[in-house]
Ligand binder design. Structure first.
Ligand SMILES: Cc1cc2nc3c(=O)[nH]c(=O)nc-3n(C[C@H](O)[C@H](O)[C@H](O)COP(=O)(O)O)c2cc1C
Length: 358
């Protein structure tokens, strides 16, 4: 189960300390201009080792397209992309060979498979999410031709929440902060946790603009359900809110409903989705990330032989995964929307007849 999507789908391969990671994107309509530099630019936004707020592991994350593109355009056949791992330090992980890191997936992988690649967490490492970002860059390319944009930013870190959502500020911020007024406090909280050999959690806000009304497949492939699935599938994501999310349970219906005029909706508490189908308004999501599990404090755990040990980790880790995670959220959202756009093309006979000139 390493595949996501129905019409516009992708699968990924590779492990943190293996030779390479990559993806195969299937269902990309032929004739889409594919620019390796655009894919690389997206990867560079997720890349580790860029500042004190990310893991020190330095990877070029250089992408190479292997198939499915001819003379700069998609051919309609699977697009395979590879990113070679270059900065593995597997010896950092020799001390966890027989030990489960609390908060990470070691325990569950071991109990499920009976074998695990302990080097950097193997397949459970978020290194795999670089492949999702590469696939997402192709989805974004398709969306841009249709006037659809996906933006993200970090709204909250260590309980310090944004009061404004300035998406234009995000690219200039080392922590992809949405609120320049709380950015310094958020950075200080990350560095304080890091100095204490600890980590912090964060919240990513995601906005999708330019969606036509009508995307989403009732009943079991709803737009909100699939977006939630996509976000919850990202490492360390613990909750997803659509629109006003949890707040809406404390509202009256009269407050929560978005009144309708012939010019459109008067408010957007729903987050742009009704009945699992886009209503043409901005789609708004919050994705909640837990604190990075790998910390350098001594913790209680057990070995593969079920012996209790107290153990402190080595290695290089993100002190707050929401920051680089925001780029992965964008990629996954773009992939969901690309899939929904293609699925929606067969929604009624008028559309089918138009396509076949019938
Ligand atoms: C972009 C990104 C970077 C991450 N970096 C690290 C890291 O450096 N160290 C770590 O222990 N976990 C990191 N994680 C989180 C783990 O991969 C994740 O917690 C682990 O796979 C267990 O899965 P779960 O938290 O979803 O249950 C990262 C997650 C993301 C999205």
């Amino acid at each position: 189960m390493n595949r996501f999507g129905i019409r516009f789908s992708f699968s990924t391969f590779g492990e943190s300390h293996g030779k390479a990671i990559g993806c195969v994107v299937d269902g990309v309509p032929a004739g889409l201009r594919i620019d390796e530099q655009i894919i690389q630019a997206e990867l560079d936004r997720r890349k580790p080792g860029q500042n004190a707020f990310a893991t020190a592991r330095k990877e070029a994350d250089a992408v190479e397209i292997l198939s499915g593109v001819f003379e700069g355009k998609s051919t309609g056949t699977p697009i395979a992309m590879v990113i070679y791992n270059t900065n593995q330090k597997s010896k950092d992980y020799s001390n966890i060979k027989d030990v489960f890191r609390p908060g990470h997936a070691d325990y569950t992988y071991w109990h499920k498979y009976g074998i695990r690649d302990y080097r950097g967490g193997g397949r459970s490492s978020a290194r795999e999410t670089a492949a999702r970002v590469a696939a997402g860059a192709i989805a974004k390319t398709m969306l841009s031709l249709l006037g659809i944009t996906v933006r993200s930013g970090v709204s909250e870190i260590a309980g310090i929440a944004a009061k404004q959502f300035d998406f234009d500020h995000v690219p200039a911020s080392e922590i992809y902060a949405l609120d320049p007024d709380v950015e310094a406090a958020q950075k200080a909280a990350i560095l304080e946790a890091k100095n204490n050999h600890d980590s912090v959690g964060g919240v990513v806000q995601l906005r999708i603009d330019g969606l036509p009304a009508g995307l989403g497949e009732p009943l079991y492939y709803k737009l909100d359900a699939v977006l939630a699935d996509a976000m919850m599938g990202i490492n360390a994501a613990k909750a997803v809110e659509i629109g006003d999310g949890l707040q809406s349970v404390r509202m009256y219906g009269s407050e929560n409903n978005d009144p309708i005029r012939n010019s459109g909706f008067e408010s957007n508490h729903s987050g742009g989705i009704l009945g699992g189908i886009s209503n043409g308004d901005e789609v708004r999501l919050n994705v909640y990330f837990k604190p990075t599990p790998s910390i350098f404090q001594e913790q209680h755990t057990v070995t593969t032989q079920n012996e209790e040990v107290d153990f402190a980790l080595k290695g290089r880790h993100d002190p707050c995964v929401a920051i680089r995670g925001s780029v992965v959220c964008e990629a996954m959202a773009a992939l969901v929307v690309a899939d929904m756009l293609l699925l929606n093309m067969g929604r009624n006979m008028e559309g089918v007849s138009r396509y076949y000139n019938a």
